[in-house]
Design a protein around this ligand. Sequence first.
Ligand code: NAD
Ligand code: ZN
Length: 371
Amino acid sequence: AADRRAVTVAVARTPGQPFTIETAYLRAPRSDEVLVKVVAVGMCHTDLIVRDQHYPVPLPAVLGHEGSGVVEAIGPNVKNLKVGDHVVLTYGACGHCAPCVSGHETYCKSFYEHNFGGAGPDGDIALQSEDGEPLHDHFFTQSSFSTYALARERNAIKVPVEAPLALLGPLGCGIQTGAGAVINSLKVRPGSSFVSYGAGAVGLSAVMAARIAGATTIIAVDVVPSRLELAIELGATHTINSREVELIDSVREITGGGADFALESTGRPEVLEASIEALGGMGTLGIVGAPKLGTKASFDINSLILGGRTIRGIVEGDSVPQIFIPQLVELYQQGRFPFDRLVKFYSFEQINQAAEDSTKGITLKPILQIA
Ligand code: NAD
Ligand code: ZN
């Protein structure tokens, strides 16, 4: 493997089992690819449900999809990035289908292949183990649980060098999902009411965004008291512990009849059903929380019709990352989007501790410090 670079990766080999830290070999960037020296990478719920095979990404695989780092080398067709640029890595998309060319890359017709395929869309695998075995990669067009990651120009988003690079990776997935759902998808209005069902990394990002958008009633719902306390510090005007009180009645009471806007990020069908019931007239619910494939929920059809209510699914907060990620960085720098409050740093070697703390609800958003 003379033309390949030795890298250190965390490999998911067996569902439900810890990641293993291994040496691997990564090929050089081609075409519009960039090689990124990873500085840090966030851990998202999606990494863990893929490791545990709720989504059938082939194993062994190198996951990680909230990377940030420095451009180390570029392929011959890269136009707008150069060596030394600071970048945040985000989701992949083809860039050519109808949703992509109309500015809706989160609904790319080959979104699954570009993010969950375990290889490039053409079947290419860029990583080999020490024994020469292919390691499934291209996870979210990055596989950034690694000291170096291959991304494409379109999903490596340039950020200012003054911004704290090690903190920024989660903007590429979990944080932009919650914030973008509120700002881009739901378009929460000043003076309106907003309910965040779930106060995890996604739900609390939505709470911060609702304050930016000018919602005057902001309710955070969760079952973990420490998360509800943090929600208040981040802009929630009310909290509901759904283990302690009746959820639908509480939301109706606080909002005076039902919510104008709501976001469901718990991934639990019973919470989703309650969030539909607790919508006000002409209210809109966005759904981002992902249960196992095939999960169903139900709602009262006539109440949806007569109330003029809307329910919609949302991927990655409808983010056009080249526009939205720099906006979030600027809001952070102005002190209006303090997402650093969600973060706890770990070393790369502590990846399994980070996963455990995240699963137990001890840590909201782990970031692995790689370099
Ligand atoms: P998380 O686990 O930190 O947040 C989920 C929260 O829901 C937790 O705080 C948990 O305590 C709370 N919860 C669980 N059961 C509850 C109940 N019965 N009532 C109230 N609250 C309850 O996860 P996260 O990182 O915030 O991600 C949230 C979801 O969004 C996950 O399912 C993740 O896979 C998904 N996600 C979707 C997208 C997308 O593009 N659609 C992107 C990123 C993440
Ligand atoms: Zn994610």
